[in-house]
Design a protein around this ligand. Structure first.
Ligand SMILES: O=C(CO)[C@@H](O)[C@H](O)COP(=O)(O)O
Length: 227
């Protein structure tokens, strides 16, 4: 797994949205690598969060990598507005992109963002293989470890089979896990091969978010040393 850097990405869904800029700054000072931004349309998932206007506002306050997870039915509609707003990564769901993922990846790259693909817990991992192996490939796979839509849910350890399969096939791929990650669940995810860790409630709800970020990083780096 050498060469795949640990990226700790607090999920801003668990932050105080009324103070987003200072919450973001706080996380970066605590050692976060990326800020994970959950964009939900109330249709692909039963929750509605933020869109390009909020990303644009946040971008005025930070140069951080904004790792955008699109839980939306029509990701194509979001590429131009999010690129203009200053998004860094654009991860769409494979379940809504069977017909147009090649177009999506090309357009995301053309706009200077990092393309990623996410999958729900019930979606077989094989569905993302063609996207990773394409001529213009996705550069990150996000394995959901809860049903997308809400923070604070229970981690699904059975999703680690997907992570293991991906890591074995693609040693240098960014593999992200999201949902229920924290000090008690990170070791299984890290030893399965995940290197990008999204964590919301465990970070924002901790007395010392800095300590949690450090525990997550050490676990990923420790697992990499062993592999
Ligand atoms: O995408 C999502 C939920 O759909 C996540 O990013 C959550 O926001 C993670 O929150 P925790 O499970 O870590 O509280």
């Amino acid at each position: 797994m050498a060469g795949v850097k640990a990226k700790i990405a607090p999920s801003m869904l668990s932050s105080d949205f009324a103070n987003l800029a200072s919450e973001a700054e706080r996380m970066l000072q605590f050692g976060a690598d990326w800020l994970h931004m959950d964009i939900m349309d109330g249709h692909f998932v039963p929750n509605l969060t933020i869109g390009a206007p909020v990303i644009q506002s946040l971008r005025k306050h930070t140069n951080a990598y904004l790792d955008c997870h699109l839980m939306v039915t029509n990701p194509l509609d979001y590429i131009k507005p999010l690129a203009k707003a200053g998004a860094s990564g654009f991860t769409f769901h494979v379940e809504v992109s069977q017909e147009n993922w090649q177009e999506l990846v090309q357009k995301i790259k053309a706009k200077g963002m990092k393309p990623g693909v996410a999958l729900r817990p019930g979606t077989p991992i094989e569905q993302v293989f063609p996207l990773v192996e394409a001529e213009a490939p996705v550069e990150l796979v996000l394995v959901m470890t809860v049903e997308p839509g809400f923070g604070g849910q229970k981690f699904m350890p059975e999703m680690m089979d997907k992570v293991r399969v991906l890591r074995e096939k693609y040693p240098s791929l960014d593999i992200e896990v999201d949902g229920g990650l924290g000090p008690t669940t990170i070791d299984v995810a890290a030893s399965a091969g995940a290197n990008c860790i999204v964590a919301g409630s465990s970070v924002f709800g901790a007395p010392s978010p800095q300590d949690v970020i450090s525990i997550l990083r050490k676990s990923v780096e420790g697992a990499q040393c062993k592999s």
